[in-house]
Each structure stands twice: as C-alpha cells, then as structure tokens.
Ligand binder design. Structure first.
Ligand code: F6P
Length: 550
C-alpha cells in the first residue's frame, strides 16, 4: 500500500472497531480469561524455530487478536514487509532500501537493490571477515613488533557498538577465552583509558566501527587510540596497518584516517546502524566466537526472517508481538515496555533493544511528515530479571502503571557452566515462572485474609494482577537462538512502525544535539563567547569554565 494513499490510522474503521472493543473489554481480568478457556495456556502459544512463545497472559481474546490483525491488514503491514524484503526504498526520508535481511540470506539468494543482486557482495565480505578472524584466532595476524594479537578493542558507538558488545556478552561461553575483547564507545576518555590501561599495545588490534566514519565520538576515540599505540610502541605511521582495521561504508574517510582500505570491511547504506551487527560491524564478535558460530547466528536470524515473511498472520510471531504492543500503547495508554531476561548473559540485551526500538519508532510525524495523533514507540527498559525483582518489580506488581513485559528464559544453562553452579538454574527458572504467574493472577484481598493477615494490612498485601507478559522460552542460549531473538524483535519493531505509519529507519532526532555540541565545544575551551547561547546554557557553561579555571 502506498503511504500517501493511506487513511490516517485513527480514522480507519479497524481502529474504531478496536477502540470500541477496548471499551467493551473494560477491566476484564486474566483470571476470568483463563477460567473461560482452560486450555488458554497451550492455545495461546507459538513456536518459531527454537523459540516457544507464550502469549496467554495477555489481555486479549480471540476477538482482540482478530481485530488487531485486521488493523495490520488495513495498514498494509504485509505489503510494506514484502517491499522491504524486495529491496524497495522504504526508508523514504533517506531514500534507502532497508535490507538487513540480506545480511543473513543464503549464498544463492537473489536480492536486488537498484537492479543489482547484493547477496554476492554480502558473502564476499563475510568470507573476508572469516579469513581475517581465523588468522587472528590462530595467532597468524601479528602486530608491528611481530607479536600475535591477544586483545581486540572495538571502537564504535550506537549501532556500531551495542550489537557486538551485547552479542559478545551473550555468547561469552562460545568465545575464545584466551582473547581479551573490549568495547569502547563513550567519548569520555575514561572509557578508552580503562579499556587499554592494562593492555600490551604490541598485542592489541583496534577495530574502528563506524558506518559513516564521521561520528565524532568514534573518530575522537580512534585518534586517541592511534596516538596511544604509536607512542607506546615508539612506532611510525606504518604500524597503523597492523593494529587498525575499519568497518564502514565510507572508504574515503577510512583512508583519510590512515587505515589501509585493504583492512576495511565494508557494508552498505541499506544497512541501518541499529540493524548492522550481523554485517561487518560484527567482526569483533566473529573474532571472539569464530566464523562457524557467527554463521550459525546468521542462520538463526534468517530462520525468523523467513518465518516473518511467510507465516500466516495467525501464526506470525513478530506480527503478534508488534500488535500486542499497539494494543497496550494505543488502547491502554501503556507508556513503556519491559524486557526482562532470565539469563546473566543477556545483561546488555535490553540496552541493545533500546536503540533498536526507540531510535526506530521514537517518531512523531507520519511518513508524509504530518504530526501523528496516536502514540508511537514505547520506552523500552529492563535488566536481568532476578536483579530487577529486588529493585523495580515492586512498581510493576503494585504500582499504578501498566507495564507489559517480555520474560526470556532458557531450559538449560550454558554448556560450560561450572558443574557446581548448574543446580542453580532451576532456582533461576522457578523465579522466571513465578513472576509471570504473580503478575498475571495477583493475590485477591480474600486470599490475603485467608492467610490471617490483619485487616489493615490487607490492601498493602493485595496484588491486583492483570499485568500482561509474554514468555519466550528456548532450550539454550546458542548463537542461533540469539539470532532468532534479535530478528524477532527487529520485525516486531517493523510491524509497529508500519501500523503507526512512521519511518522506522531514519533517526533525524539525534542530529540536533550533535550540531549544538559542535557549537558549544569552542565556548568551553574559551575559543568562543557565550553570546549565542540561551541564558540557562550560558550560565551552566560559565560555571563549568570557572570550575575548570578558565
Ligand atoms: O546515534 C545516531 C547514529 O547515527 C546511530 O543511528 C548509529 O548507530 C550511530 O550514530 C553510530 O553511527 P556510525 O556507525 O556512523 O558511527
């Protein structure tokens, strides 16, 4: 469906039908829904690859789901999805195709952008990455002094950092433990300082990851890393080639920085930064886990891509998750969405999803540039579940806000956990299951009273329940399962952007801050006056300069 020909979302009959249904739904309780359909716990489930997805603890009926699917049909979600997979330029404000799915397409697939099949180029880069990763892992890539590389430092920010940093954590048990792999993103010099202070520069490889190769944080850190390396090694510019590689779409800027383009691994403008860690941006991860594991991860992505592309609407997991988010965000006024993994290895997972979701769908104009008068992307947040239980779960259980949440857990712990720690897994998972149960069904005042609780404490000890959750359960956290999970969320975000009629693939909202920072920096150093600044910023900058003795 052509974006221009689309009716405004909240003027469609499908939206109106959902609004009416919401009114009728009222305060229906999950307890009631489960009582009405005893098999709900098995009926409302889906299987995608290795992921078992339970959506029974959602405030929905068959009718809700039908109406939501009708909204998806009316808003052209499937058409936009097909256009994306075909390589059409659905990122209209940047006039770009959106083809992260091509990054994990099999070698013999044909996906065209501007009439050219991009798949051979994707695999050529993957092959070069694999050859390089193997060399580093085998100790055959040596530094300027002839020592093999033992440390890998990825320098990047946003999509050029969060993905590989997250995935490295997730797949730690699959990594070569003899390598030290670190990630530097913050322009605060402390980040780079802590990353390199105990490293031998002769054994250190810097991977400069930047799609544009103009991002000030990354170029500043890369320049400082190069200075540190050359100073420590007492070496000339020729040492750079042995210790720096680049991941970018911008060969010109890479060369300008002094990195030989022979040591550049490229990707393309049709890969959004936040959708890029399965491109060359994943090189640090590939070095850590090896090319075979990396390919397993890509296969996991591809499996869910194919599911999203071909599964009927009733069984389509990303479609379902996206529509559930629309239901709560637009019809229950839920403002946020929690992602609560019950795996220590997923500690950076939600931070990764924050960029994926919030940079994609944090928009307030539609694809025609008109203001939307419906809610768009939620605030995404969360940390590993058991820690959250002792911190902010109180608010989810008994606060006044509706916070739909995803619970992600695994049947088995990672393969190399110390034998003595394996028994802890059941305790972890008992918490996992208990929390969604408590959130859904709560505890009524009568149940509290039946425990002999004094009347004045009954309201305090009552749990309202009715807090919606999705449970995603897999056997084990493998590279393939990670790929499946990420693709699931990528396509969920896609579905929501399509329904809301926003461009999920641009990020103009990050530009203004960058421009203003450039203007303020010379004021901080005393090279410009505060004259152009508003009174608050001028006063703050003056206070800063005073504290710095300037
Ligand atoms: O924060 C804006 C942004 O453009 C992100 O979309 C991107 O992931 C990040 O900056 C880094 O950009 P680059 O890879 O070009 O350095």
């Amino acid at each position: 469906m052509n974006a221009a020909s689309r009716a405004k979302l909240n003027q469609t009959p499908e939206w109106t039908a959902l609004a009416k249904h919401r009114e009728e739904f009222g305060a229906t309780q999950l307890r009631e829904l489960f009582a009405r359909t005893p098999d709900r716990g098995t009926d409302y489930t889906l299987r995608v690859g290795d992921l078992h997805l339970d959506y029974s603890k959602h405030l929905v009926t068959d009718e809700t789901l039908r109406l939501l699917r009708e909204l998806a049909a009316a808003t052209g979600v499937a058409e936009l999805r097909d256009a994306m997979f075909r390589g059409e330029k659905i990122n209209t404000t940047e006039d770009r195709a959106v083809l992260h799915t091509a990054l994990r397409a099999p070698r013999d697939a044909v996906i065209e952008v501007d009439g050219e099949n991009v798949v051979p180029a994707v695999h050529a880069v993957l092959d070069r990455m694999a050859a390089f990763a193997d060399k580093v892992r085998a100790g055959e890539w040596t530094g300027h002094t002839g020592k093999p590389i033992k440390n890998v430092v990825n320098i990047g920010i946003g999509g050029s950092d969060l993905g590989p940093a997250m995935a490295y954590e997730v797949l730690r048990s699959f990594t070569d433990r003899s390598l030290t792999v670190r990630f530097v993103s913050n322009v605060d010099g402390a980040d780079l300082h802590e990353a390199v202070r105990d490293l031998d520069p002769a054994e250190t490889l810097f991977i400069v990851a930047s799609k544009t190769f103009t991002t000030i944080e990354t170029i500043t850190n890369a320049t400082s890393a190069r200075d540190w390396l050359l100073t420590e090694l007492r070496a000339g510019q020729d040492a750079v080639a042995k210790h720096f590689v680049a991941l970018s779409t911008n060969a010109e800027k890479v060369e300008e920085f002094g990195i030989d383009t022979a040591n550049m691994f490229e990707f393309w403008d049709w890969v959004g930064g936040r959708y890029s860690y399965d491109s060359a941006i994943g090189l640090s991860l590939m070095i850590a886990i090896g090319p075979d594991r990396f390919r397993e991860m890509l296969d996991g992505f591809h499996l869910v891509d194919e599911h999203f592309r071909t599964a009927p609407a009733e069984e389509n997991a990303p479609l379902l998750l996206g529509l559930l988010g629309v239901w709560y965000g637009n019809f229950f006024d839920a403002q946020s969405h929690a992602v609560l993994p019950y795996s220590h290895y997923l500690s950076k997972f939600t931070a990764y999803l924050q960029q994926l979701d919030m940079e994609s769908n944090g928009k307030s104009v539609d694809r025609q540039g008109d203001p939307v008068d419906w809610q768009t992307g939620p605030v995404v947040w969360g940390t590993p579940g058991t820690n959250g239980q002792h911190a902010y779960y109180q608010l989810i259980h008994q606060g006044t806000k509706m916070i739909p949440a995803d619970f992600i857990g695994f049947a088995a712990p990672v393969h190399d956990l110390l034998p003595g720690l394996i028994a802890q897994h059941d305790l972890l998972m008992a918490n996992f299951f208990a929390q969604t149960q408590a959130l859904a069904f709560g505890k009524t005042p009568d149940e509290v009273r039946a425990e002999g609780v004094p009347e004045e404490l009954v309201p305090h000890k009552t749990f309202q329940g009715n807090h919606p959750t999705t449970t995603i359960l897999a056997d084990r956290l493998t590279p393939s399962v990670l790929g499946q999970l990420i693709a699931l969320y990528e396509h969920k975000v896609f579905v929501q952007g399509a329904v809301w009629d926003i461009d999920s693939f641009d990020q103009w909202g990050v530009e203004l801050g960058k421009v203003l920072a450039k203007r303020i920096e010379p004021v901080l150093t005393g090279d410009a006056g505060t004259g152009e600044l508003d009174s608050s910023t001028a006063a703050l900058v003056t206070a800063y300069r005073t504290l710095r003795g300037r």
